[in-house]
Design a protein around this ligand. Structure first.
Ligand SMILES: NC(=O)c1ccc[n+]([C@@H]2O[C@H](COP(=O)([O-])OP(=O)(O)OC[C@H]3O[C@@H](n4cnc5c(N)ncnc54)[C@H](O)[C@@H]3O)[C@@H](O)[C@H]2O)c1
Length: 306
């Protein structure tokens, strides 16, 4: 199939592109390289360095390429940056998604797969594990913008004949996750590599649901033409892991011996979260297999061979 991936030079998008190409699909990538890297892009993909907010350019690319499926991953993905600059965050994540949906509408695209966040859209949970029916009270501009765009996807699919899936991820980690984005695993690995002591926000008991990027990319590629009665799914591991536990695994894998420094918490970040993944298991056959230690080992060896 002909597939278009927005954000295909980024961390998750580029891993997805590799898996789609492995499966024999023709892949077109749109990315403005604001966070993504040219070196991440599979040499067999057709690449357009374009900004999704440039609607004329987007329309030109869509009408030239005529993809059958669009995976929409391009986004401003940093929660802390969304607090510092909520306008930029909303422009990219809300207006950017509307741009993509408009290009789909004008070019008669039949299917879109949108990627959202499992944690930031929920806010501080009422219960754990958080299922897809949990009330949503996002406590950061990032959570709000990613969730708002879900409504546009749903509305467009109701208004026009566009089939869709929405995947809400846990905390994704693995090769190509850049330390500049300051997500826990690559950021700490980078500090460890430089023999600097990592700093943990809070006392380290905050929890997340970590998912290895290869499990995710493989599965998303598999879902290219899967249909289901539900449309929005959590894709995570379903295991609650604290920052302290991740740090212990990092020490074991890297051989780093120093303890982390504990500093004050960041406002807007959820304290504890783990996602209920049973809907995706039941309806789509989601079955992540990579344990945290194995995923961290793979990521560490990728970083050292870069
Ligand atoms: N990494 C995670 O843990 C995580 C968790 C939940 C959801 N997500 C979602 O997954 C998707 C991919 O995230 P990622 O971690 O790979 O982040 P990433 O920053 O590596 O990838 C996003 C890509 O979008 C591109 N981009 C940004 N603005 C653009 C624009 N205006 N036009 C064109 N391209 C643009 C960037 O250059 C980058 O390559 C995002 O939608 C994110 O919200 C990620």
């Amino acid at each position: 199939m002909k597939v278009l991936v927005t954000g295909g030079a980024g961390f998750i998008g580029s891993n997805l592109v590799d898996k789609l190409i492995d499966r024999g699909h023709l892949v077109v990538v749109i990315d403005n390289l604001s966070a993504g890297k040219r070196e991440n892009i599979n040499e067999n993909a057709k690449f357009y360095a374009a900004d999704m907010l440039d609607t004329d350019r987007l329309n030109e690319i869509f009408s030239l390429e005529k993809p059958e499926v669009v995976y929409h991953l391009a986004a401003q993905t940093m929660l802390r940056k969304s607090i510092e600059d909520p306008i930029c965050d909303a422009k990219t994540n809300i207006l950017g998604t509307i741009s993509i949906l408009e290009a789909c509408r004008m070019n008669d695209i039949k299917r879109i797969i949108y990627t959202s966040t499992g944690g930031a859209r929920v806010g501080e949970p009422d219960y754990l594990p958080v299922d897809e029916k949990h009330p949503l009270r996002p406590s950061s501009p990032y959570g709000i913008s990613k969730h708002s765009a879900e409504h546009y996807v749903e509305a467009y699919c109701g208004l026009y004949e566009l089939d869709y899936l929405i995947f809400c991820f846990g905390n994704v980690y693995g090769p190509r996750d850049p330390p500049e984005c300051k997500r826990l695993v690559p950021f700490f690995m980078d500090m460890i590599q430089k023999n600097n002591v990592p700093k943990i926000f809070g006392d380290g008991t905050n929890t997340r649901d970590y998912i290895y990027v290869m499990d995710l990319a493989n599965f998303m590629a598999e879902c290219i033409d899967k249909s289901s009665s539900s449309k929005l799914f959590h894709l995570a591991n379903g295991k609650e892991i604290s920052v302290n536990e991740v740090y212990e695994v990092l020490k074991k894998v890297t051989g780093f011996e120093k303890d982390a420094e504990k500093i004050s918490e960041v406002k807007g970040e959820v304290k504890k979260i783990v996602l209920d993944i049973s809907l995706a298991q039941k309806e789509l056959g989601w079955n992540p297999t990579t344990e945290l230690e194995e995923g961290i080992k793979n990521t560490w060896s990728w970083l050292n061979n870069k």
